[in-house]
Design a protein around this ligand. Structure first.
Ligand code: ZN
Length: 179
């Protein structure tokens, strides 16, 4: 089993070394999510979902038009790049070209919720403003991103439900197709 912690040095990844990048710590992201909730209330998830979806479309098109996409499967490349960027580990299951499910381990969007629970982080690493575990899945940005990339790739509209999420105490995030 793969180590779920991000042990690689992001500055060495193929995606980042020839590009500019900023580092958003999990805590910074948690603070931004708190700010979104304060601004938009329950609509914060719809907002994140819409951004994820639009970003997914831009990203897929960018990769399609770049020379990296020619070498092998573009879907694999997208999720490998995102893993290298620290988004989490993605497993996309397709069967005869049909989408089955997507499993994300260590989702960047939800892992800060675990800090105060049964997390691998110690109190020392854990600032006092960590998000509490919540009953609902929280990976709305990722849901939008996955929908966009999969829809583009499979050339049909894919709508997803996140049925398990590490923010809600599950050990991984699972996305199934919503019909
Ligand atoms: Zn999740």
């Amino acid at each position: 089993m793969e180590n779920l912690k991000n042990t690689h040095d992001p500055s060495n990844t193929r995606q980042i070394k020839n590009d500019y990048a900023v580092i958003l710590k999990d805590q910074t992201l948690a603070d931004i999510k708190s700010a979104l909730k304060a601004l938009f209330g329950p609509a914060d998830q719809a907002f994140l979902y819409a951004i994820g979806k639009m970003y997914g479309i831009y990203y897929y098109k960018q990769l399609l038009n770049s020379d990296v996409s020619s070498s092998s499967n573009i879907l694999e490349q997208i999720f490998e790049f995102k893993r290298e960027e620290g988004w989490g580990n993605f497993e996309i299951s397709l069967e005869n070209g049909e989408f089955k499910n997507a499993v994300v381990r260590d989702s960047f969007e939800a892992r800060s919720y675990r800090w105060s629970g049964k997390s691998p982080h110690t109190m020392k690493d854990m600032p006092n403003k960590s998000l509490e575990p919540v009953p609902m899945p929280q990976c709305s940005f990722l849901k939008g991103f996955l929908e966009a990339v999969l829809s583009f790739h499979l050339k049909k509209n894919i709508h997803l439900n996140e049925v398990e999420c590490i923010a809600a105490g599950n050990d991984k995030c699972i996305f199934l197709q919503k019909f």
